[in-house]
Design a protein around this ligand. Structure first.
Ligand SMILES: *Cc1c(COP(=O)(O)O)cnc(C)c1O
Length: 421
């Protein structure tokens, strides 16, 4: 459920008509609903209310400071994968002891930044990384909490580019070797082993891969405890999918996911961390765009819109689907016909959808790409020198620009021409 619905013949974000935002900010623009974000975060909390837990928002899904501040104020922790994301979490007011640092290639500079700024735990992804962190922490006179990310070799049954829990993927340490790596971790200075970490992929629409992975984590936790490690925390990753098509079977709910966690690891007495990103913010955002031209092709009609693959990369990158809806509510029974919805960028890949069923459209009409709150704005670029797409946050009947559209001057000012040219 989200808060993007038709009221008075027009698609609104909560109580704000999208045409009002288009008039004030221009298009294309991302629009997020604070009420939807709040609701989705609450669902994960509720799903884990049977135990000690921390819901860490995966910052990579949407890293706008206003979104992070909203989540942080609700009590969320943050899962970060770079020094930049760590800086964003801190700037949004999230204390270091609620920030988990994940990612396969943390640099020494990034690890230093997090130790100095405060950190809840590092999720270690390789032995070289573990040794580097140990040496750094020891040199700083610090002892840092660590979990080791294990690769359970489970097929998440999702898109190959976002599956992370198979042995062929670059993530984590093979679970079969975990005990020896934990033994080394316990022997190294500067590290305090606190938990086990796993994350098997994104946009999971089936709970069985979770059940399989978490059962392996439970078995490993018992073995590690028998080996003498004090495992008090389990970080179970993120990845719960969202419905990208309104007419499709909905993926499992957070409450059902929480039940799988309870059934697989609930008897271990560990504090549970999860790292949802997409499920919290995906359906809390839309990309608002205006039709520039209607173009007749050979046997098809193109709807050329002012959003492009640089603003929303998922269709070009993963062949992903976003429902496209008109902002003006179509009359009941109004005829629809197929349009190929495309952007202005000079690539055939800049196609959002072929044969999208829409009512008659004209230049100047507004459309919305639904489910665009996650992995949307964060993946945007300035390809074709299109200024970075702006973002707006709505709450009730008011809205604020939370990232302004850069002017051409601002965009150009980042380049410099050497004086010898
Ligand atoms: C991407 C990622 C997440 C979030 O995944 P979602 O599908 O957005 O929930 C969580 N943890 C880690 C380690 C990730 O890489």
């Amino acid at each position: 459920m989200d808060h993007f619905n038709y009221h008075g013949g027009e698609l609104c974000a909560e109580d704000v008509p999208l045409s009002r935002i288009a008039a004030a900010v221009g298009t294309p623009v991302y629009v997020y609903s604070a009420a939807t974000l709040t609701r989705h975060f609450g669902l994960f909390r509720q799903a884990l209310d049977w135990t000690d837990h921390l819901v860490c928002f995966a910052v990579k899904a949407n890293s706008n400071l206003a979104v992070l501040k909203l989540m942080g104020d609700l009590g969320a922790g943050m899962d970060v994968v770079s020094g930049g994301e760590y800086a964003r979490a801190k700037a949004a007011g999230v204390p270091g002891d609620r920030i988990v640092f994940s990612g396969v290639g943390k640099t020494v500079a990034e690890m230093r930044q997090a130790i100095e700024g405060g950190i809840r735990q590092f999720n270690i992804e390789s032995e070289p990384e573990m040794r580097a962190l140990s040496a750094l922490a020891a040199s700083m006179g610090a002892t840092v909490p660590v979990a080791i990310r294990v690769n359970p070799d489970v097929d998440a049954k999702t898109h190959e580019k976002i599956a992370t829990g198979k042995s062929e993927n670059k993530f984590g340490i093979p679970i079969a070797r975990a005990r020896e790596v934990y033994a080394e971790a316990a022997s190294l200075p500067g590290l305090r082993v606190v938990g086990v970490d796993v994350h098997i992929g994104s946009q999971l629409t089936d709970l069985e891969p979770y059940r399989a992975a978490y059962a392996k984590v439970a078995e490993l936790t018992r073995a590690l405890r028998a080996d003498g490690h004090a495992i008090t925390r389990l970080d179970l990753g993120g990845g719960l999918g969202i419905p990208y098509r309104r007419d499709n079977n909905a993926p499992p709910l957070p409450i059902e996911y929480g039940q799988v966690i309870r059934e697989t690891v609930g008897d271990l007495g560990c504090e549970i961390e999860i790292e949802p990103g997409r499920n919290i913010v995906g359906n809390a955002g839309i990309l608002l765009s205006e039709v520039i031209y209607l173009k007749q092709g050979e046997g098809r009609d193109f709807l050329i819109v002012d959003a492009a693959m640089n603003d929303l990369a998922r269709p070009a990158m993963y062949g992903a689907h976003h429902d496209i809806v008109p902002v003006r509510e179509p009359a009941v029974g109004a005829p629809v016909r197929p349009f190929d919805v495309v952007g202005p960028v000079c690539e055939s890949g800049d196609t959002f959808q072929k044969g999208a069923h829409l009512p008659d459209m004209a230049a100047g009409d507004l459309i919305a790409f639904r489910s665009a709150g996650a992995y949307g704005a964060v993946m945007a670029s300035e390809y074709n020198s299109r200024p970075l797409v702006p973002e707006v946050l709505v709450s009730g009947d008011h809205f604020a620009v939370i990232r302004a559209r850069p002017t051409f001057e601002e965009m150009l000012a980042r380049d410099s021409i050497p004086e010898w040219l």
